[in-house]
Design a protein around this ligand. Structure first.
Ligand SMILES: Nc1ncnc2c1ncn2[C@@H]1O[C@H](COP(=O)(O)OP(=O)(O)OP(=O)(O)O)[C@@H](O)[C@H]1O
Ligand SMILES: Nc1ncnc2c1ncn2[C@@H]1O[C@H](COP(=O)(O)OP(=O)(O)OP(=O)(O)O)[C@@H](O)[C@H]1O
Ligand SMILES: [Mg+2]
Ligand SMILES: [Mg+2]
Lengths: 252, 252
């Protein structure tokens, strides 16, 4: 089983869009996938047409022990989804004094054993919720928008993963960099893409996710890109990325 | 004096780009402007070429009382800037048990009286730092990227402003909506823009900030759009927006 957190404390860099569409892409390759929405803004849940604000059983109730894993899962075709909603926004403060507060999710996930992939969509922060993601997985994929400002937080991001590995989760490793919203006509994007390749070498996935408005439209219909417009560039890119993830397999 | 927080807990929707360029635009109209970077990621500071990670006096030292307002300000032409850096990322937890923890910034700003505009760039969150911004200003501008996912957090955003107004700051009001990264060729953008206008009516600024790569390039040179490429669409849009802000004046 591969367990992956999609991470970047910079906002709007395609974390949710990537979690949705590699989750769906891997499910289309007949893999058993669990997607976890760990953002109080519940963008992943809304992207599947889940009316997050109406739910009583979400990842928040799972974390505070009110509900069991099997009662919180929503099925979307081949995909299992643990949704989120705004009740999660109180979680950071609410759980901050609990002993083992960074391990609430990993404890609940111990009964989730029969998946090929568990993929966690994180919020743009390095707070307690994201720490819960980082102690529940072995791998981190960073989505990077190929522009200047999104690159500024990278040092802090790598430092945080380092600290978590030393203190909380010896298995944690950044195993993939996904370049998103790339537009080859823009010099800035090409320059930043080259810098990313120089710095991260083989961790950078060969598949780059290009800027494609269909990827922004699909969630408004509650559909993955494969359901919404299976032949567009966005679908092609995420299909290629899913295949590349599958081929890489478990990194040791 | 107009005091404005640039707010949206959704990431990557142009808060920083807007703070930088309306700050600069208003300064070019000979207004005395103070820009405050309240994001630990310090994107606003980096956008002015300030090497945030090397600084000893930042907004963090101002909040915890270590330094005075005059010692933390960095000048950029006509603009005064209070920079941030990563040390601010500990602030939410560190200050969380202080009495009056939401009023640390407003207390420090009491000596900042001779500005025409104080503009605060917020991080993509509704946590303690952002609450400090909301108790320090009378007005909120929301930057909205005209796509589906960025619209999902709006209800929570409005609710938070409401709660702050009732409990912490009776003067707080959303007085402006700025549509950013707009691309008129995209149907999705036009649909979302229409919805925004329907919902917010007159609060929506007539000037829409169009998608323009120069706006993403300028910060990599430590320049505002007016310094970097004064005739590009991004400069034109932010110039028009600054003029519109000036004309609106204090809303009462
Ligand atoms: N490749 C792409 N092409 C076009 N639009 C995209 C692409 N990837 C993401 N988007 C759009 O960009 C916006 C931000 O993407 P997304 O919400 O996935 O980022 P995020 O990192 O999850 O943001 P947050 O930090 O707020 O959680 C959304 O409107 C999304 O639909
Ligand atoms: N109108 C625009 N045209 C093109 N690029 C833009 C525009 N506005 C912002 N950008 C770019 O989009 C990215 C996100 O913008 P920005 O950092 O200003 O958003 P933000 O809301 O401050 O993000 P965060 O929530 O992470 O603080 C940056 O790379 C920025 O340079
Ligand atoms: Mg997201
Ligand atoms: Mg910003």
């Amino acid at each position: 089983m591969q367990t992956i957190a999609i991470l970047n404390q910079k906002g709007g860099v395609g974390k949710t869009t990537t979690a949705v569409n590699i989750g769906a892409g891997l499910a289309l390759l007949n893999k058993k996938v669990l997607l976890i929405d760990l953002d109080p803004q519940a963008n992943l849940s809304y992207s599947f047409g889940i009316l997050a604000h109406e739910l009583e059983n979400t990842v928040y109730e799972l974390l505070n022990g009110e509900t069991e894993l099997k009662d919180v899962i929503i099925k979307h075709g081949n995909l299992d989804i643990i949704p989120s909603n705004l009740s999660l926004s109180g979680a950071e403060i609410e759980f901050s004094s609990l002993p083992g507060r960074e391990f609430l999710l990993s404890e609940r996930l111990q009964s989730a054993q029969d998946y090929d992939y568990i993929i966690i969509d994180c919020s743009p922060s390095l707070g307690l919720l994201t720490l819960n993601a980082l102690t529940s997985v072995n791998e981190v994929y960073i989505t990077l928008q190929t522009e200047f400002l999104p690159m500024q937080g990278l040092a802090k991001l790598l430092e945080t993963v380092d600290i978590v590995r030393k203190r909380l989760n010896r298995n944690l490793e950044i195993t993939g960099i996904i370049c998103t919203r790339y537009d080859s006509r823009k010099n800035l994007h090409n320059e930043v893409y080259e810098k990313i390749k120089q710095y991260f070498g083989n961790k950078v996935f060969k598949t780059v996710i290009r800027d494609n408005i269909s990827l922004a439209e699909a969630p408004s219909f509650g559909q993955t890109i494969f359901e919404y417009r299976p032949k567009c560039r966005g679908a092609l890119d995420y299909e290629n990325l899913s295949n590349e993830i599958l081929k890489r397999g478990k990194i040791n």
